[in-house]
Design a protein around this ligand. Structure first.
Ligand code: SF4
Length: 431
């Protein structure tokens, strides 16, 4: 029986729900009721003994970091290090998107070395396996697709992105309407290439019940991927994107009826004024299932700084109701991210998530800021470093440019307003 089936059948608070309620500063009944309604998904399959992470209504917004090899760069050690860096800087989950080297071995190493939920996009491994063993990825069979999904979940993967909503009707609509950047999702591109070559419907859609059975076996969460997500501002919120979302909404119904937890993935590249609409449409069409956004990027011209562009979009998306933010690194659109890129991506996404948590009134979100403000008022530099999102970086910047009076900083020097007013109003300055 899955976690969702147990919650539906017994309606009882479990040890796991108590634990999650403590993490989230809420009462266990809130978690239980929202798991039952499908508005919260608890990510943790039955295979690994890790800390569960809950995503959804009323909870802290979670951050995911994508790591993984490519066909041009495939060091297992580096990817494991990136996973550790992502977690060190606060990522709640990791996705292994490897497409180069020994993919099952890389995944095993990552699964063995982290205690957070891990996600994958199984179609990558299937397509690469078929390219090697079946004379081309267009020759992969549905048995190949479901075999790899089963293998990955058996290995301990907690959630999988599956592009089930890329149907023939959706692809026809996309081709008919035209697009500036067509398809930018790797998984979406694999599926569409297969469908057009074989002139057949998407196996992940046709055999969705088979997918549900496999997910149930491990109590894994489905992340319904948006293979038709817009890859530029010009394509955002178009008919093709919304057509796929309508299909995903239907699949949310089917997943939840089958006792399988589900989250829904969203764009992508979206003008800032369309983000709220996107979240509202998604929530309305998908029974308020947890929404997982990649960014979204709010401008197309900032490669090298796309962690910032995505954080702007992520903050607006979170404020509008998105529950889970996938980081974007400075390497987006340019190359495979380095360890430093992973760090910067996680920090940017965490800032976005935290800003949105404050706006959503998540209990405990403001405490951090208020403590920092108190430390600033007291000119308590050690406390400020400790509370900073990146203490090491803050310490390094200040130490490189110390003021004459080391209780202040070089920004305003002797004209430090905090010090002046603190003295006038009698606030005790930390020595
Ligand atoms: S010198 Fe200026 S920036 Fe630095 S602590 Fe004082 S008021 Fe703040």
């Amino acid at each position: 029986m899955t976690r969702l089936e147990r919650a539906l059948k017994r309606g009882k608070v479990t040890e796991e729900i108590n634990l999650l309620a403590r993490y989230e500063h809420t009462i266990p009944e809130t978690i239980l009721n929202n798991v039952i309604s499908g508005e919260i998904a608890v990510c943790k399959s039955d295979v690994r003994n890790i800390k569960p992470v809950a995503i959804g209504k009323g909870l802290r917004i979670k951050v995911n970091a994508n790591i993984g090899t490519s066909s041009d760069a495939s060091s297992i050690e580096e990817e494991v290090e990136k996973a550790h860096t992502a977690i060190e800087y606060g990522a709640d989950m990791i996705m292994d998107l490897s497409t180069g080297g020994d993919i099952p071995e890389i995944r095993k190493r990552i699964l063995d070395s982290v205690d957070v939920p891990v996600g994958t996009v199984p179609i990558y491994e299937t397509a690469l396996w078929a390219a090697k063993n079946s004379k081309g990825m267009v020759h992969m069979t549905s048995d190949d697709i479901f075999r790899v999904i089963d293998e990955q979940l058996a290995q301990g993967v907690d959630f999988i992105t599956v592009h089930c909503g890329v149907t023939q009707a959706v692809v026809e609509r996309l081709i008919e309407q035209g697009r500036l950047t067509d398809i930018v999702s790797r998984g979406g591109a694999f599926i569409v290439e297969w469908m057009l070559y074989n002139k057949k419907e998407n196996p992940l859609y046709v055999e969705f019940d088979r997918l549900l059975e496999i997910a149930k076996k491990y109590d894994a969460t489905l992340s319904l991927g948006d293979g038709i997500r817009p890859g530029c501002l010009a394509d955002a919120t178009d008919r093709a994107q919304i057509s796929e979302l309508i299909v995903l909404g239907e699949l949310v119904d089917r997943s939840q009826s089958a006792g399988v937890q589900v989250i829904v993935e969203g764009p992508g590249h979206v003008p800032i004024n369309q983000i709220e609409t996107n979240i509202k449409i998604m929530k309305d069409l998908c029974n308020n299932a947890p929404f997982y956004v990649l960014g979204p990027l709010v401008t197309d011209g900032s490669a090298g700084y796309d962690h910032i562009t995505a954080a702007i979009g992520g903050a607006v998306a979170g404020m509008s109701g998105a529950d889970f933010i996938c980081y974007v690194t400075p390497a987006e659109h340019l190359c495979l991210p380095s360890k430093e890129d992973v760090k910067l991506g996680v920090i940017a996404a965490r800032i976005a998530a935290h800003a949105a948590d404050i706006a959503r009134g998540w209990t405990g979100a403001r405490e951090w800021d208020d403590n920092m403000s108190e430390a600033r008022k007291n000119l308590d530099w050690e406390k400020m470093y400790e509370l900073n999102i990146d203490p090491e970086h803050a310490r390094k910047l200040r130490s490189a440019n110390l003021p004459n009076d080391d209780k202040l900083c070089t920004m305003c020097g002797e004209f430090c307003a905090v010090n002046k007013i603190g003295n006038i109003l009698g606030v005790t300055r930390k020595e």
